[in-house]
Design a protein. Sequence first.
Lengths: 98, 472
Amino acid sequence: MNFTKELVDDFALKLLIGLREEENQMVLDEFEEIEHHMDLICQIPNISSVEPMTHPPVLFDETLREDDFVEEMPVEDVLCNAAHKNLSSVIVPKVVKE
Amino acid sequence: MNYIPTIGIEMHCEMKSHTKVFSRARNTYSEEANIHVSPVDIGLPGILPVLNKECVRKAIKAACILNCTIPKYLYFDRKNYYYPDLPKGYQITQSHDPIGQNGKILVPFQDGDFEVLIHDIHLEEDSAQLEHIGRYSYINYNRSGVPLLELVTEPCFHSKEEVIAFLEYIRRVYQYADISLADATKGQIRCDVNISLSKDDTLGTKVEVKNVNSFANVGAVIDSEIERQLHLITCGRAEEIEQETRRFDEESGETKRMRSKADAIDYKYFVEPNIPKIRIDEKMIDEIKKEIPVLPRERFLKYTKDYGLTKVDAQTILKEKAISDYFDSWIDAGIEPLEACNWIIGPILGYLNKEGMKISDFEFSIADFQFVLEKLHDGTISSKQAKEIVGKMLTEHASPKDLITHDFAQISDEEVLNQIISEIIERSSEQLEAYKNGRTNLFSYFVGQVMKETGGKANPIKTRDLLEKKLK
């Protein structure tokens, strides 16, 4: 699959994120790099049934965290990046139909 | 030809823990939004989830109770979708290898049990809470990252009643095993309901109704969906029943279409690489199994079969584990089960309900009740007096010993009792004649008169002895 400017714009539209020209080009450059690596992987024989490796250091006896409270964020910090807020809630345009 | 409904359930239940499943923010309900939040819960750059041991133990406990196969390794998957309630853009859940698989559980139903097959049970994080007001949606991240257990059954139910019995039973099991408070009023339980109709053993076209927030609504969804599908079949429009996702509209009591199978979201599941695989060893499972208390079904059988309690009384005691444990402590103290049941579901639960208290707040010792019961059994006090004494104990915090020796001091002096009895017989000539002519049930009349005369303080055993002699 070859990524094109139109394809990237189409995905960006579907993800509701909208990209500027320079951002579109940045994504295309990154995809080119990724495609290059994928092409290299495709040249390796007999790998169709190999599961992707998800946990390279296989240390299966990880210690689980105790159920202790440590600290929470002040509500002002939670809300500081929100474009719109009301009292202590983040507000977005309504996401359900009537 | 009759159509048979086949129903499968996905039950999501918030778990009980101090902190969230992947962060150290509090797992607690609050009216104020966004006060129990950590950077992990709102997906800030650079965050890493760290798994809560308590949640893992409780998920394994649930898997054991449901007789599931538990995998050797615990790991998670990412379920990717975009929505304002999911700040990371994915939910950490279990798709490939859930913590419990292929289980089954017996559920009490009507006069017996029925077996429910469990497809799987998995541990995951809850999303943030959305509230839709006017033109806006309000986001509260307090719920983001709260531990959730999702239980998925096989399509093994064939009636609304079976489904409700199952949900009620699992809720009680979670409460008994301390896995969840399972409080539906706080939105801690949500269900997805899968319904199909068919004429035989083959499954019909499945319709999924998502996010049903109460057991009553689960019942309404099943009724409404069966009616809708039957209507389409009888009108010759069966082809209009399609595999789709619907939602329940409480106002109309009907299900509404959300999306068809063709529009189904591709969640692009893949293994969550930020949480290491955890080995679940047999020793850990054995330890957890030891923490499982005797569950409601087993207690119900013991109470009804071994102790002779009625089903209604047994269910009353089983409503809460704390009450059931309290009942068991009376039995352990040597009190007869029927007597223990009568006192607990009568005066004690009545008092707790009136005062708005829980059994854990109940401060009276079993020894106090035992003392009253001993005095009742040896005839020192009547059953009416015993009830009054317990009533005073509860409301006035009075000592039963003081009450019995002072307020409820009995008249046992034979001379005094004989005098009272003679006076009663003298003014009851009609009743006396009828009694002597064979109306022996009038004996109770004379006992009642003595009790009335003495304000209930006459020793009941002595009263009966003396009356029998006098009436001969």
